[in-house]
Ligand binder design. Structure first.
Ligand code: GLU
Length: 298
């Protein structure tokens, strides 16, 4: 389906597993600038489905940091932990259409099957699911996961920054999990359902999520949801050359005073290739960057 939109709606969707850092601020700023440059609406959504990893205090810290940077949600912040009913009804509709199935494989089971098939595991890459439970028609029981059948192989999509992209989901990822064996909702399902429920038209987020996009496109199609327009922003690298992330101990963005907030915003703007230096105050600076961003869209 070709994306179409009447009124721009974008979002920043952090997982509250830690404070905002230099890397996540880049995605937050880019999504905010893009929404403002399109005279659209910008939303913040707390992606706190992975409850054991998320915390209320991290979420509050994120919101305080964003506000200190002048980035506040145009509508009340939505919390995924309160939206289970929505995910359940999406899953039910997929169950009815036969698009999903119950799976009892553990990670070890999957690795064992792949090894027997001569699959060489690559570093930092999830193992593709070999389809073990696909035709077993198992009755769902607690402790099982639920997977989407990836019958369409190659997904072609366009990224506004990276250009034409493609991925063969069936061979590189395989049937993927929508509900985890521990009963938690998988990111893929929650993000797709919420983007649609919130009327999101544009997704602007970090490049580390680009390879999740084809899965989300397949899921949108399976649920009959509108296509979205995507842009994945540059990653900020840590000194060790790895993507800066909470996992490798990224420092919280220091937004403890307006001057400090402006400093971290300036670093994020530079990572986005914005040329204009910070102005006297945050609001003025953001307004100048919106114009610079808008000029790029033309
Ligand atoms: N919650 C995801 C993360 O923090 C981002 C989801 C998205 O923007 O699609 O990595």
């Amino acid at each position: 389906m070709k994306p179409s939109f009447v009124r721009y709606r974008g979002r920043f969707a952090p997982s509250p597993t830690g404070p905002l850092h230099a890397g996540s601020l880049v995605a937050a700023l880019a999504s905010w600038l893009d929404a403002r440059a399109h005279q659209g609406t910008w939303l913040v959504r707390m992606e706190d489905v992975d409850t054991p990893r998320c915390s209320e205090s991290a979420a509050q810290t994120l919101l305080v940091q964003l506000a200190a940077c002048g980035l506040t949600s145009d509508e009340p912040v939505q919390w995924q932990s309160a939206r289970s009913a929505l995910y359940e009804s999406a899953l039910q509709s997929l169950l009815h259409s036969g698009a999903v199935y119950a799976c009892r494989c553990s990670r070890t089971d999957i690795a064992r099957v792949l090894m027997a098939q001569g699959f060489a595991a690559e570093r930092h890459r999830d193992l593709p699911y070999p389809g073990t439970c696909r035709s077993l028609h198992l009755a769902f029981q607690p402790g099982m996961s639920i997977r989407l059948r990836t019958s369409i192989g190659r997904v072609d999509w366009h990224d506004r920054r990276l250009g034409p992209q493609q991925q063969n989901v069936a061979s590189s990822v395989g049937d993927f999990v929508l509900k985890r064996s521990d009963g938690l909702w998988a990111y893929q399902l929650a993000v797709v359902v919420d983007d649609a429920a919130q009327g999101i038209t544009h997704v602007v987020r970090g490049e580390d999520l680009a390879d999740n996009t084809p899965r989300q496109i397949l899921l949108q199609q399976a649920l009959g949801l509108p296509a979205l327009i995507y842009m994945h922003t540059p990653l900020v690298m840590a000194a060790d050359g790895q993507k800066l992330s909470k996992q490798n101990g990224a420092q919280a963005a220091d937004t403890s005073s307006p001057a400090k907030a402006l400093q971290v915003l300036q670093a994020a703007a530079s990572a986005l290739g914005l040329q204009t230096p910070a102005q006297e105050n945050g609001a003025q600076t953001l307004a100048v960057w919106v114009n610079e961003w808008r000029a790029r869209l033309a």
